[in-house]
Design a binder for this molecule. Structure first.
Ligand code: GLA
Length: 394
C-alpha cells in the first residue's frame, strides 16, 4: 500500500461485491466565486445532502441507469458511444465515457441514483451525481484514482459530454472535503488545504443556506458568456504582464489595461481578482476565529458579484439584504453559479434557526415564494465517506 500525494493509502479490492453503494455530498461555496476557471482560489465546504449511487454487476454487456428521482431510464449497450441526450442520465453516462476514454471499462452494471440534493439550487446536484457515480463505477471496476483524477474526470464529463463549461470547484470539493473544515483550493495547481471552521468565535457560528427556489432560465448561457468575457480580460493581462492567469493578476495591472478591454471584461476581471484577494483574507479571518471579518468579506463578495460580475438577481439580492438586518447574521452572499439558486449566510449558532425562519417569512411576504433554509455544518467529501468501499485508509 502506497500513500498517494494526499496521504491516502489505497488497495484495490479484487472481488467486487454485489450492490456497491457510494455516496457524495452537496457543496456550498463560502467565498471565491467564478474564480475557478481562471486559475483562482475558492473556499467551499461539503454540506449534508447526499446523492447515493448503487451499482450492481450484470453479465449481459448492458449498462442501465435508473433513478427514483427522475423519470426517464436508460439502457445502453457497452459499445454505445452516442452523444448526450439532454437527460439526467447524461451525468453518469458522461462519467462512464470518460472512464472508458482512460481505458477503464467497468463490467456491465445497473446504476441506480437516489438522494436529496435540491436541484437547480446552486448546491451542485450535478457534480454530486457525477462523483457518486464515478466512485461506484471505480469500486465496481476495482480501480482507484487520486482525488485530483476523480475530480478532473467528473469535470471533463460535464465539460465535454454534457457540454456545460463549469470550473473544477464543485467536483473537487465534493470528492476532497473534510468534516468541520472548508476547503481552500488553488484551482491552477489543484493544491488545497482543509481550513478548520471552529477557531475562536467561529466555533459559535453556523452556515445557513437559503434556497430561493428561483433559477432564471438565462443561467446556462450567461455562465458561458461571463466565462468568455473573463477570459478576454485575462488574455490581455497575460500578454501585457506575463501573468499566468487571473489567479496572479493584480487590480493595479487590471486598472492599467482598462482601455485595452471591453467594459464587461474589465468588470468581470475586477470581480475575480478582488474575490481571490477576499479568499486570502478569509483564510486569515478563519485562523483568527473572526466571524465579523469573515462576514464582511462575504458582503463585499456579494456586492462584487451583483455589480461587477452581474450574476445575481432581485430575489437573491433581497435575501442578502434582509439577512444583514436579522439578529446574529455576520454576512451573506450569493453562492454558486448565480442567476438565482441559493445564498450562504454566516450566523450565530444560537440564532441560526430563528434566522432561517425570519428570512423565509420575509421572502414569502415579498415574493410569495416558499424558500427553503438549511442549517449546515461541514461534512466529509466522497473520498472519506466511501473509504470502506474504495478500500481507502483515512
Ligand atoms: C458553478 C460551476 C463552478 C463555479 C461556480 C461559480 O457552480 O460549476 O465551477 O464556476 O459556478 O463559482
Amino acid at each position: 500500500m502506497l500513500p498517494d500525494s494526499h496521504g491516502f493509502t489505497t488497495t484495490a479490492d479484487p472481488t467486487p461485491r454485489r450492490a456497491i453503494k457510494c455516496v457524495a455530498p452537496a457543496r456550498v461555496n463560502l467565498l471565491g466565486e467564478h474564480t475557478d476557471y481562471t486559475g483562482g482560489l475558492v473556499l467551499p465546504m461539503a454540506i449534508p445532502f447526499v446523492t447515493q449511487a448503487t451499482i450492481s454487476p450484470r453479465e449481459d454487456g448492458l449498462y442501465t441507469f435508473t433513478s427514483e428521482l427522475l423519470s426517464k431510464t436508460l439502457t445502453l449497450d457497452h459499445t454505445d458511444r452516442s452523444p448526450a441526450r439532454g437527460e439526467w442520465s447524461d451525468y453518469p453516462v458522461g462519467v462512464l465515457r470518460k472512464l472508458q476514454e482512460r481505458g477503464i471499462e467497468p463490467q456491465s452494471f445497473d446504476l441506480h441514483i437516489t438522494g436529496n440534493v435540491p436541484f437547480a439550487a446552486g448546491l451542485s446536484s450535478s457534480a454530486s451525481m457525477e462523483v457518486a457515480s464515478a466512485m461506484a463505477m471505480l469500486a465496481l471496476a476495482t480501480v482507484l484514482l487520486t482525488i485530483e483524477d476523480i475530480a478532473l474526470l467528473c469535470q471533463r464529463a460535464e465539460n465535454e459530454y454534457v457540454e456545460s463549461p463549469c470550473g473544477i470547484m464543485d467536483q473537487f470539493v465534493i470528492v476532497a472535503a473534510k468534516a468541520g473544515h472548508a476547503l481552500l483550493l488553488d484551482t491552477r495547481s489543484l493544491t488545497y488545504d482543509h481550513l478548520p471552521m471552529n477557531k475562536g468565535r467561529l466555533a459559535e457560528t453556523q452556515i445557513v443556506v437559503c434556497n430561493s427556489m428561483v433559477k432564471h432560465s438565462v443561467a446556462t448561457g450567461e455562465y458561458g458568456m461571463r466565462r468568455i468575457e473573463s477570459e478576454e480580460g485575462q488574455a490581455i493581462l497575460v500578454k501585457k504582464f506575463g501573468v499566468c492567469d487571473l489567479g496572479d493578476s493584480t487590480l493595479q495591472q487590471l486598472e492599467s489595461a482598462k482601455s485595452e478591454m471591453s467594459d464587461a471584461a474589465f468588470r468581470r476581471c475586477r470581480h475575480i481578482i478582488s474575490d481571490n484577494a477576499r479568499v486570502r483574507q478569509a483564510k486569515q479571518a478563519m485562523f483568527a476565529g473572526h466571524p465579523v471579518a469573515f462576514g464582511q468579506l462575504m458582503l463585499e463578495g456579494h456586492a462584487s458579484e451583483r455589480d461587477d460580475f452581474e450574476c445575481s438577481c432581485e430575489e437573491i439580492d433581497f435575501l442578502v439584504e434582509i439577512a444583514t438586518t436579522l439578529p446574529g447574521c455576520f454576512g451573506a452572499r450569493l453562492t454558486g453559479g448565480g442567476f438565482g439558486g441559493s445564498t450562504v449566510n454566516l450566523v450565530e449558532r444560537t440564532q441560526a434557526d430563528a434566522f432561517a425562519t425570519a428570512l423565509k417569512a420575509a421572502y414569502k411576504k415579498r415574493f410569495d415564494i416558499a424558500a427553503e433554509a438549511y442549517v449546515c455544518d461541514a461534512v466529509d467529501g466522497a473520498m472519506l465517506r466511501n473509504a470502506d468501499v474504495l478500500q481507502v485508509e483515512r
